[in-house]
Design a protein around this ligand. Structure first.
Ligand SMILES: *Cc1c(COP(=O)(O)O)cnc(C)c1O
Length: 396
């Protein structure tokens, strides 16, 4: 037996201190360094943890072209929710058959824009929204989103969207009466779930509802979309993805063969794939502590600390044995703009770099330019297979 040679791709680790410094020199500060190789690793880990499930990357946490290209090159699919996201992937030349549109509430124009691009599958969760599809006949099909409350999740997404399980069959009957094809059901139990108990519970409930709808001949009901919510390590570590998904795999194995299962991971794909790099703009001693003012903060990449309730592990790039309790503040003139207090840091000076880990999801995406401090430049590295050292700054 001949051993096949190990193929080594020369791949630059952009999270290494020397690379971070080099990228800041080239692109300035603040940066969000996005490593497409890590996107690939995350995608493959989730695919292995959920065999047979089609992964539709949800663009919302990091709508960056390099992530879209990387996911598509891995054989993945996309989950779009807005006209802006439709326009982005259209511009990138993505095949519309690889996309679904999952916003439960859409303007007529959003539906038309997505359909013009070629998207066929949409989500609805109430009678008014279902009726919007009556005029589109066979050119659109629906997933009906069901709500399963998840008070345990960091972000409960089932309060704002989804129909009560008790109302689902009535909604399916309405769609059938209007001649609208229903492909199946979807749910999203909430982001950064602690464990998969809620996913499993929702999956069982949906399997029963789909069987009941099929018995009534209300539509195909052969697709189940289990949403996103797959967790990642922040300051607090979580279960690894294979363990998280183990109960889900057991539940999935019991579904009828013909049911196609899809998922909509967002955070899991991009969260660990980027770091934030900010510079100290200046410092002051206040009440016996050093305050360091960075060029990125709560109105920028650290906005996830407010909107997403995340706590990113932050560390200075330059280390030193002696550490003092210190404050890291953002650049704006607003007093709420403080990233962390009582952080043990070496004494820093203007120009020193601060690195935030696990900052790919819901960070840059929700940043603003309040006080005219520009959003971090996204630098995507290792973008195309074979082109391992490539770097693209965004917006181009
Ligand atoms: C935000 C969102 C996702 C992604 O959720 P994650 O928790 O980041 O995986 C998936 N689907 C829908 C409909 C969403 O709104």
């Amino acid at each position: 037996m001949t051993k096949s040679p190990v193929r080594r791709t020369r791949f630059i680790d952009p999270f290494q201190p020397a690379e971070i410094r080099r990228l800041v020199k080239e692109f300035g500060s603040p940066l969000l360094i996005l490593d497409c190789e890590r996107v690939r690793v995350q995608f493959r880990k989730l695919r292995k943890a959920l065999p047979g499930v089609d992964l539709h990357y949800a663009l919302k946490p990091m709508p960056h072209p390099s992530v879209v290209h990387t996911v598509i090159a891995e054989g993945g699919f996309l989950d779009l929710a807005t006209t802006g996201e439709v326009q982005l992937v259209e511009r990138l030349g993505v095949a519309p058959e690889r996309c679904i549109h999952t916003h439960p509430i859409k303007r007529e124009q959003d539906i038309l824009n997505a359909m013009k691009f070629g998207v066929r599958t949409f989500v609805a969760d109430n009678p008014d929204e279902v009726r919007k599809f009556a005029r589109h006949g066979a050119s659109a099909e629906l997933l009906l989103r069901v709500s399963f409350r998840s008070p345990g999740a960091v972000c409960d997404l089932s309060r704002k969207f989804g129909c009560d399980p008790e109302d689902l069959l009535a909604l399916a009957r309405l769609a059938a009466d209007l001649g609208i094809g229903v492909r199946g059901l979807s749910f999203h139990v909430g982001s950064q779930a602690m464990d998969s108990a809620k996913h499993v519970e929702a999956l069982h409930a949906c399997a029963k509802l789909m069987a009941a709808a099929r018995r009534e001949k209300l539509g195909a009901f052969d697709t189940l979309d289990i949403g996103g919510g797959f967790p990642i390590d922040y300051a607090q570590p979580v279960q690894d993805i294979s363990r998280f998904c183990a109960p889900l795999r057991t539940a999935l194995a019991k579904l009828p063969q013909r049911v196609r299962v899809i998922a909509e991971p967002g955070r899991y794909i991009v969260g660990p794939s980027a770091i934030g790099v900010a510079s100290v703009m200046g410092r002051a001693r206040r009440e016996g502590h050093w305050w360091y003012y960075l060029d990125d903060g709560l109105y920028g990449s650290y906005s996830g600390q407010l909107y997403d309730h995340a706590r990113y592990p932050v560390e200075p790039l330059r280390d030193s044995a002696e550490r003092l309790p210190s404050v890291l503040a953002g650049p704006t003139c607003d007093s709420i703009d403080v990233i962390a207090e009582n952080l043990m840091l070496p004494e820093l000076k203007a120009g020193d770099l601060i690195v935030g880990r696990a900052m790919g999801a819901y960070t840059w995406a929700s940043a603003s330019e309040f006080n005219f401090f520009p959003k971090a430049t996204v630098v995507a590295v290792n973008g195309k297979p074979g082109d391992t050292g490539s770097v693209t700054a965004f917006p181009l």
